[in-house]
Design a protein around this ligand. Sequence first.
Ligand SMILES: Cc1cc2nc3c(=O)[nH]c(=O)nc-3n(C[C@H](O)[C@H](O)[C@H](O)COP(=O)(O)OP(=O)(O)OC[C@H]3O[C@@H](n4cnc5c(N)ncnc54)[C@H](O)[C@@H]3O)c2cc1C
Length: 634
Amino acid sequence: MLNTKVPPGPIENKWTQYKAKAKLINPSNRRKYKVIVVGTGLAGSSIAASLSELGFQVDVFTFHESPRRAHSVAAQGGINAAKDYKNDGDSVWRMFYDTVKGGDFRSREANVYRMAECSLALIDQAVAQGVPFAREYSGYLSNRSFGGVQVSRTFYARGQTGQQLLQGAYQALIRQSEVGQVKLHVRHEMLDLIVEEGKAKGVISRNLDNGSLEAHRADAVVLASGGYGKIYYLSTLAMNCNATAIWRAHLKGAYFAAPSWTQFHPTSLPQMGDYQSKLTLMSESLRNDGRIWVPLKAGDTREPNTIPESERDYYLERKYPSYGNLAPRDISSRAAKEQIDKGHGVGPLKNAVYLDFKDAIEREGKEVIKKRYGNLFDMYKNITGINAYETPMMISPSAHFSMGGLWVDYELMSNLEGLFVLGEANFADHGANRLGANSLLQACVDGYFIAPHTIMNYLAGLTPNTNSPSQAGEMALQACQNRIKKLLEIKGNKTAEEFHKALGKILYQKCGLSREKQQLLEAKEELQALQQQFYQELLIPGNENEINFELEKAGRVEDYLGLAQLIVEDALQREESCGAHFRVEHQTAEGEAKRNDAEFAYVSAWESLPEGKVVLHKENLEFEAIPLTERSYK
Ligand SMILES: Cc1cc2nc3c(=O)[nH]c(=O)nc-3n(C[C@H](O)[C@H](O)[C@H](O)COP(=O)(O)OP(=O)(O)OC[C@H]3O[C@@H](n4cnc5c(N)ncnc54)[C@H](O)[C@@H]3O)c2cc1C
């Protein structure tokens, strides 16, 4: 039985009560404990800086050459907080409600409430660190709206919010590195978790410059290794994003929750051909002013500006009048797919819809729109050659964010004691669909405000011990060596990239925006065949004692092949539609997702056993503060 450790009492008091009762460690004893942090995105940098500021020893690992290269740097649109600066009716409670509803009632109430509660302090913390949020003429911080809400609670720094927030976290981290409290291991990839007597006690890392494998011990391990949406190959994520850290921890016993819940972002640039390895995101913030439409007539090839108003279908405004173009991502992406599938798609491959700023420019003037989104319009022009001030943008849904991740309890600890999982790497707060601008928030509050308390509470019950030799560490190191050797020895004729591309195609076609039993069964077989082929035909040039990108990639694709099968298993098992998980067999007469609360109001937490067997553990979700209702944005 999964123990969520959610404290008793009214939801408003749970976190305050937890902090009041959590165990502390005397400042002079803290330096005796060591914590390993994997990842230097917003979640990793913030927890590493916070723990070392408290006096703990912290070892930090990132495969990038600088902590600042973490993928958080790519986030454009903004970060949510219930400050109610706009006086438009926002509150912690409303943010809590919007997030639970946005996630289609598949998240844990207590975690979501805490995230909304902590959002208030987070903005103050970021401003104190010098994050240059956009401001009104009066000096107040400015806000805009994101999907799935009717208030403006998104704080932003032009289209570079992630980068600016990461600068703040990075400065805090580097300060601690300079004073010797943090030891930074850049260009080191975590390949395995060391587990001793059921507790996480360290990691095995590979030095990506010379290939040496090292065992590092600690009293607790934090995984803040980001999301795995890149498993779909074509996605908005950076090329190097991967699932290795969490997948290897999973194989060591950490349960994987809701692996199939992947968000497809509605405003990515469409695929233009077979040569692409990545798709570019156009921030959701554009939906504040852009109107989404397709030609009413299927197969219409006219230039968009020549199509009269009466021959356009503003389908989101038509179907969801209350939220219009700001309908949540899962709903907006599915609606786009529906139009594209019916032949209304536009662009060379007929795989896009229009995002049109004509009305906003007429209403507010080009200069205002330029100030709000100038860098996004420039980026669009650089990629497509099209001036979006004059011609509507073309956008399309693309894999973007993983709501799934390692299962964690209220303390953000996995079922493996001493293994904490933060940011996008865990499953915690977003349910079956993440609301825009809630992810930067989650990564930050996990690291700055929540895990410092829960990790100290855990460490307080331990005797620090990282010096004695560890047999488990030796064994894990040997297993990593064997694994690398085995991959190098295949000497086939297909690169890891080719396998990744094939894997992405299977997932997009059979376990993507919509899922259906027969197709999922086919995907299962195809993935098994692809995995077999991988072990027979993989080609890795070079060897292990040098910089070898092909070897790095091969290890990550090997892990993706394992995770992909769990994703399909999870999608098959969940015989309902909820949020981004749309099972064709389970929809309303109007084509909306149809939940089955009687049978599926739980989080699936998967355990993998040797020889590919999996066991499903269930965390039943209880809705005490917000009654379960049908989700509607009409
Ligand atoms: C294009 C784009 C735009 C986005 N815009 C927004 C937005 O406007 N608002 C919002 O709220 N969210 C946005 N998101 C989502 C948000 O950016 C991420 O969810 C969030 O930044 C994740 O932070 P993180 O700290 O969990 O992980 P990351 O920032 O991804 O960091 C992961 C870290 O882990 C390290 N790592 C991973 N595996 C290993 C390993 N095995 N060994 C060593 N190191 C490892 C990496 O080197 C990196 O340092 C966007 C996402 C994308 C893709």
